[in-house]
Design a protein around this ligand. Structure first.
Ligand SMILES: Cc1cc2nc3c(=O)[nH]c(=O)nc-3n(C[C@H](O)[C@H](O)[C@H](O)COP(=O)(O)O)c2cc1C
Length: 146
């Protein structure tokens, strides 16, 4: 049985695009070698990630992720067994442009793509359902006034 877990967290203020690229690099290598699949979304300085794989491996990885100084407020939203992976061939999805620098059209397009992705992806368990629900909530948040 595959184990799946989803959490959200907040990036530290100092986090840069280079940090995200380093995280993706580590994740792609480690996850690939350890049969871990999933999806990482970075949007408005928040991370939402879903992981799927061997239960012990997911828990070990989660311990490292919780200790990671590049984010805080790591909050596990849901976890449990699942018959099938929801993201068998997935890497990590992310948006590399900061909102303030992004061109508005590009930003709106990214939002539409994420929502489309949510609708097209099969959600076969509670954890995956929650992952997409949180992502939709995040995307629907009204813009910051700051
Ligand atoms: C938001 C976020 C998501 C991460 N996702 C993964 C991941 O999926 N796989 C992974 O190996 N490391 C991931 N990392 C990096 C780990 O926290 C950690 O740096 C990595 O496991 C290497 O740890 P080590 O240097 O102690 O071996 C993530 C870090 C952050 C901040």
């Amino acid at each position: 049985m595959i184990h799946t877990l989803t959490y959200e967290s907040k990036a530290i203020k100092e986090l840069t695009i280079a940090d995200i690229e380093a995280i993706l690099e580590t994740a792609r290598t480690f996850n690939g070698l350890n049969g871990i699949t999933g999806c990482l979304i970075f949007y408005r300085r928040k991370f939402i990630q879903i992981l799927e794989g061997d239960k012990a491996k997911i828990h070990d990885l989660m311990e490292k992720i919780k200790q990671d100084k590049r984010h805080r407020n790591v909050d596990v939203l849901s976890e449990g067994p699942t018959e099938n992976r929801n993201f068998p061939n997935w890497g990590m999805v992310y948006y590399p442009i900061d909102k303030n620098e992004a061109n508005q059209n590009e930003y709106e397009q990214f939002k539409r793509n994420l929502l489309l992705l949510a609708d097209l992806t099969v959600h076969s368990n509670q954890t995956a359902i929650l992952f997409w629900k949180r992502m939709k909530l995040l995307v629907a948040e009204p813009p910051d006034v700051s």
